[in-house]
Design a protein around this ligand. Structure first.
Ligand code: CP3
Length: 322
């Protein structure tokens, strides 16, 4: 999730006038911004400062991240001939990621660093639509209308995700998260036929790395079981499905991650506390639970509330452990 970012003054200072994707290509900036939330909050892991479109940019695609909008691509991928622009990613395409992860792992002194990549549906959607989309019409029209090109495109995106995640693990990342944020745009049968095989290949290709694999998307209530089947060890849940219900939807043997509504953090502390305790209570019904928000931190969030929230979660989990 986009956690660190926009709510912290030191983040805005570190970014200065650097466009988002310029910042993501500089090892010193990546390292500094990754560490910022850890200086404020007693969180249990760091998440690499990067973005799901970084590997695409590294391959030479004309992508930028427009503030308040999201990733935008000048020449969308719409025809078979466009696929040639998606060659496989080599470690030499992203040396700044290797450098930053290496520096971070030594700086973090044992605290885990989570690496990540974009999932096949979500990246395909940005590439096909040319930018963010509410309904993903063109994307789904390709999925329904030209399955051969769809599979070729998602196959390439899966290869890119595998390479990008392996670069991060090789440099010392101790968990990986695959964000298929917009996969909830398709129903379960289409997800099973057209998306899951590609995500499954990504998780299988990382099995020998020996790191926990997390999978998350928004509005994926109907897909939670399938996202676990794809091979994740941890299924991320947005705030729409209570965790005790998510437990019923995901196969045994998997942990859940989530799922406080990020908007709850805009309410007074007593509301936040009550809601956080509710999440923790429902999380106790899962085989394992990683407390997290149900999506990224909203830009107007008061950092003090996040600090109190991390402390509350630690207190409560220490009580469970004792
Ligand atoms: O918080 C962190 O630094 C963690 C690193 C991180 C970012 N993006 C940095 C970022 C992670 C894990 C992501 C993943 C990401 N990027 C996803 C999947 C997770 C999710 O939140 O659903 C998606 C869909 C994207 C694409 C993307 N990048 C969007 C939609 C946006 C928001 C555009 C906006 O301004 O509203 C971004 C920009 C982005 N990526 C920011 C950060 C810190 C904000 C940049 C800024 O405004 O300074």
């Amino acid at each position: 999730m986009r956690q660190a970012g926009r709510s912290l003054p030191e983040y805005r200072k570190a970014r200065g006038n650097l466009p988002m994707l310029k910042a993501c290509f500089r090892a010193d900036v990546i390292t500094e911004i990754t560490l910022q939330p850890l200086r404020r909050y007693d969180v249990d892991a760091a998440i690499l400062f990067s973005d799901i479109v970084v590997p695409l940019k590294a391959l030479g695609l004309d992508i930028e991240i427009k503030p308040g909008v999201g990733p935008v691509i000048a020449q969308p991928i719409r025809h078979e001939r466009d696929l040639a622009r998606l060659r496989n990613l080599e470690p030499a395409d992203v040396p700044f990621v290797t450098e930053a992860v290496t520096a971070l792992v030594s700086e973090l002194g044992g605290k885990p660093l989570i690496g990540f990549a974009g999932g096949p549906f979500t990246l395909a959607s940005y590439l096909i639509e040319g930018g963010p989309s509410k309904s993903h019409d063109r994307t789904k029209s390709l999925m329904y209308g030209n399955p051969a090109m769809w599979d070729a495109l998602l196959g390439r995106l899966a290869d890119i995700a595998i390479s990008f995640l392996r670069v991060q693990v090789a440099a010392g990342a101790s968990a990986v998260q695959l964000f298929d944020s917009w996969a909830g745009a398709v129903g379960p049968e289409d997800y099973r036929a057209s998306v899951l095989p590609h995500s499954k290949r990504i998780f299988e290709a990382l099995a020998d790395c020996g790191v926990p694999r997390i999978h998350f998307g928004v509005t994926t209530g109907e897909l939670l079981g399938l996202m676990g089947e794809a091979g994740a060890d941890v299924v991320g849940v947005d705030w729409r499905v209570p965790l005790d219900e998510a437990v019923r939807r995901v196969d045994a043997g998997k942990a859940l991650q989530g799922n406080l509504d990020p908007a709850v953090l805009l309410a007074p502390w007593d509301v936040i506390e009550r809601r956080a305790r509710d999440v923790l209570g429902r999380g106790r019904t899962a085989e394992g639970h990683v407390f997290n928000l149900g999506h990224g931190v909203l830009p107007d969030t008061n950092p003090d509330m996040l600090a109190r929230l991390t402390d509350l979660v630690h207190q409560e989990s220490a009580r469970d452990a004792g």
